[in-house]
Design a protein around this ligand. Sequence first.
Ligand code: ATP
Ligand code: MG
Length: 595
Amino acid sequence: MTGRVIVKSPTALATGVNMSDYEEECSRFTWQEARRALDGLPAGQGLNIAHEAVVRHARGDEPNRVALRCLDRHDNRTDVSYAQLDERSNQFANVLCTLGVEAGERVFVLMPRIDELFVAAIGTLKHRSVLCPLFAAFGPEPIRQRLEIGAGSVLVTTPTLYRHKVARIREHVPLLRHVLLSGDFEETELPEGTSDLGRLLNEASNQYDIAPTDPEDMALLHFTSGTTGKPKGAIHVHDAVVSHYVTGRIALDLHPDDVFWCTADPGWVTGTSYGIISPLVHGATAIVDEGDFDAKRWYETLEREGVSVWYTAPTALRMLMRAGPAMAKEHDLSRLRFVASVGEPLNPEVVLWGEEVLGLPIHDNWWQTETGGIMVANYACMDIRPGSMGRPLPGIEAAILVRDEHGKVLVDQDGKGVRAKSGTEGELALRPGWPSMFRGYLGQRARYESAFAGGWYLSGDLARQDEDGYFWFVGRGDDVIKSSGHLIGPFEVESALMEHEAVGEAGVIGIPDPLLGEVVKAFVTLNPGFEASEELRLQLIGFARTRLGAAVAPRDIAFDQHLPHTKSGKIMRRLLKARELGLAEGDTSTLEVEA
Ligand code: ATP
Ligand code: MG
């Protein structure tokens, strides 16, 4: 991919990173030992995410430490301390009790990124009902679909979202017993069949003791991004908090005095695992930004709030790159210490841009809704090979398994998955048993079981591992292109195109070809200042050929300023393909619609 290595200097390591030696940490790490850093419920009554995230800080030494710094769309700022979040979420748990909601029932939260979302999330976990956050930009049908799959009993939302999105589907979700509306409004405006959450909270006691919680009790229901098809509801349990703690410590290098900004919405697993749980478990201050992406505002937020650890996504970083280096240089980002990215392959160009423009390389990491937490990462103490996802988290065994010609993982006579040689592409697999591993797809037992084979959890992604143990993403199993006997990962082609100054983003697919099996086609978004033309098209094809060789380079390139993305920012290659080939588009509930 690229021969460049970003070497971590000894001075960077001397500044007190949580893990200063990867190999050493791997050799002594055990999950049992890691669990000891957490409290557990008093009197050995189990493990509850909300206790670890909020209660132990609020009732400990520093109740007034800022847990959440909430920024509204006009940059007004409200701080919420751990003690305040504890009290308010106690009230929420008491509201659920008063309504007769039982532990294990599903509480859906369809909210903008404001403090009440966190109150509902933590209160739900305290009450031991199951938190299911939904992205507020979903339309009525995706909301209905998820409420139905999850058999939601309670929905927390705002009057506006209710009016525009929920009211018309209400009769189609008969299991939904309670709709709680949060916000400023007159009681008389309350739609029929809804309750005023603010009033209920104010009437509820702010004292609440968490009942005994089995670490295996279901805590969260997260829907996947729907990049490859209909979203699946992944079940996670309270024990996941052990992974949230460990990954926050090791992969994000979180410290209690950090100001941490995870830009993902809690409607996606990243926004819950790392936007809510992990920073709070570490006693850090989490930035909660109600606004949407805006390059200038984001730089201002990083500067003004003194963000020290930032966790974002490749699409956002590519947009910042497109906004140009001058904008970054106008801001003092000296408080920023560590930057990480997840959700999509991170092109080497972007890692190097970080070093050049932010003064910090971007640390890519890989995981999925199903894994509940970071699995493979670039660490503060480890040299970065731009384009690589890094190495497995201590405590995680990852491997590349050989796939047969039908895409099925090969199993030897003892029933064990066959490992691929280093440098060879295959299925990225994880040894089951880490705390935040999903425990099922709700209502889809067979699908869950088919994700395991030969003693491994199969991620569905193709990757390779180099001789030093670094993992390199090739593509999603479904996106990989087979052309005259070669296996081509779209990521490799997209990254090569992005090295051209005109290209801001690229999406690559395979087009059926009678002779070659498939040929590569690329859709590219141009950077400001570049115009689509036949000349540029040919230039880009030539550019890709020089870098990749004729067998791998795109045969054809089309210009497209609006590549289809999921609402969480991922390029939907299956849609590019369906549109190109005139096929049915399938489930588009998570498609981001251009404003
Ligand atoms: P669906 O399963 O519904 O198709 P999805 O797989 O996009 O959607 P998520 O669980 O949100 O849903 O995303 C996980 C996937 O995102 C991974 O399996 C991988 O394909 C991709 N991904 C995440 N992080 C990275 C990364 N650092 N590099 C490459 N790909 C990544
Ligand atoms: Mg997936």
